[in-house]
Design a protein around this ligand. Sequence first.
Ligand SMILES: *Cc1c(COP(=O)(O)O)cnc(C)c1O
Length: 430
Amino acid sequence: MNMQSKLTDYGFNTLSIHAGAAPDPTTGARATPIYQTTSYVFDDVDHAASLFGLQAVGNIYTRIGNPTQAVLEERVAALEGGTAALATASGHAAQLLVFQTLMQPGDEFIAAKQLYGGSVNQFGQAFKSFGWHVKWADAQDPDSFRRQITAKTKAIFIESIANPGGIVTDIEAIGAVAKEAGLPFIVDNTLATPYLIRPIEWGADIVVHSLTKFLGGHGTAVGGIIVDAGSFDWSRTKKFPVLSEPCASYQGVKLHEAFGDVAFVTACRVLGLRDLGPAISPFNAFLILNGLETLPLRMQRHCENARTVAQHLSRHPRVSWVNYANLTNDPCYGLAQTYCPKGAGAVFTFGIRGGYDAGVNLVNSVRLFSHLANVGDTRSLIIHPASTTHRQLTDEQRAAAGAGPEVVRLSIGLEDVADIIADLDQALAE
Ligand SMILES: *Cc1c(COP(=O)(O)O)cnc(C)c1O
């Protein structure tokens, strides 16, 4: 099937299986092969020169691109409704390349403080050493983003469904703040996936993912991706010189002028990925592609199971509260109805009566759940943040991060929901 002219005609399930892929022209292989090669033979010197000069599109070296990776990129771009995508070695690598393309030393960006813990570290610690400064805002107060904007601000960053505890963000309202200020709006859509939320439809200019979680979906491969909405005008001001000004390493080409609505991911690839190097392995791209084929089926079941478990826990005598946006009394219920009517994802937190010791006891007593620091696996996962991921923080910092002594985080898997509930019940009874 030639997808190029037909992508927009197909539904989400079809795109999850077919977008970007075609039978291998040489062998007829129907599944996308793992192109396990570092480099590609040029037709002749002119061909090589045109590839290196960005006049032709094609493969040069697997640090910059690979045919297995290209299928993954086209598929995720189609699912998100973007113009193009760039897959990377991890979700963090995707974020690094996005900001490296946008920021100069001394610049600032504004991020929601309700973020994946690793992103809080990356933005607050590692980025500081590059001279990129994060200012924190409150995902539940769109105006708090506006108040932090200065002449040096280069972007606004949020998660669509935010860590911890599955807060649903008012994407459109925060996107409006970015648009009014002429700033690119970046949305990490990892916990929602495009099955539940398509941030570009709500104003995102750039979408990033950790492919490690629900998109790969089986807990087998680390990866990340950057999706370009093609919506941002990089040349309206001189704020983004990497995109608007002549590029020294490509004979003075202006990337936005030359690449139009795919300029952003092109810059991330031909400069960021080329020079910093966090390429995804072809094998990981293959595993994640396999996972993507069942994304809609898996997300449907993840959400159904999560809702049933959340309802059960909310009635459990040893549970003091449950934060899940699909429960009618949850503060995010209204936003969830707007942004993700199909479900609020499968990651949520609850409070266990008995505090720290009860939390430790629970993770020690589960049998079916895996006690580990990940989300978005076929398997049900559990973690007690206060004794693990947030152990090094002070009590005040833990409380502010939503990781108090009584907090337990679950990522609900695809097992029979009766087995998931029975495991929690026996562990809570311990
Ligand atoms: C896991 C995760 C990341 C980081 O992705 P890696 O693939 O682990 O580098 C970023 N954002 C969110 C929301 C995540 O869950």
